[in-house]
Design a protein. Structure first.
Length: 97
């Protein structure tokens, strides 16, 4: 079990999930903080510790300045995809053709 500066115990599965969420473009740091209690700087420190140096550099260059990683800066209000035919599918009209 790993621990960060805020004394938040993380299992290996938690660390893997944080790394996965940090790599995702549409997952803001706020979501990671809400789920795991890690501030942005703690996520950066975790990524530096867990990734190879070249992978960390690539991730850092990708994330730096990316507005989607900060919910307050993001123009995307709802990042979930919704098909234009969702209502139709819900009413089972397409599946009965």
């Amino acid at each position: 079990m790993k621990s960060l500066t805020t004394n938040t115990p993380l299992t290996e599965a938690d660390v893997d999930r944080v790394v996965e969420m940090a790599w995702e473009d549409r997952t803001p740091f706020d979501a990671i903080e809400a789920q795991f209690g890690l501030a942005e700087q703690e996520v950066i420190d975790l990524m530096r510790r867990e990734l190879k140096q070249s992978s960390w550099r690539r991730w850092r260059a990708r994330v730096q300045g990316r507005s989607t990683k900060h919910a307050t800066l993001s123009a995307v209000k709802n990042a979930r995809f919704k098909s234009a035919q969702q209502r139709v599918i819900s009413l089972n009209k397409i599946s009965k053709r």
